[in-house]
Ligand binder design. Structure first.
Ligand SMILES: [Zn+2]
Length: 61
């Protein structure tokens, strides 16, 4: 299991429409809150779904 905690920067497989693929974690729990580092959009995503989309943890906070 990946160590995801607030402040982590994640690189995801799919780019956001703004062209960015790095997201910063702002909250954890059953759903993980991530914020796009390109446009600032925030979204909540179930942890199990998010883990399948992660290429790597760029910065562990
Ligand atoms: Zn974006």
């Amino acid at each position: 299991m990946l160590d995801i905690k607030p402040g982590c920067i994640l690189q995801l497989k799919k780019n956001h429409p703004c062209g960015n693929n790095k997201w910063q974690v702002y909250r954890t729990g059953a759903d993980i809150g991530i914020k796009c580092m390109g446009c600032g959009r925030m979204m909540l995503i179930p942890r199990s779904q998010l883990e399948r989309k992660i290429i790597k943890v760029v910065d562990s906070g």
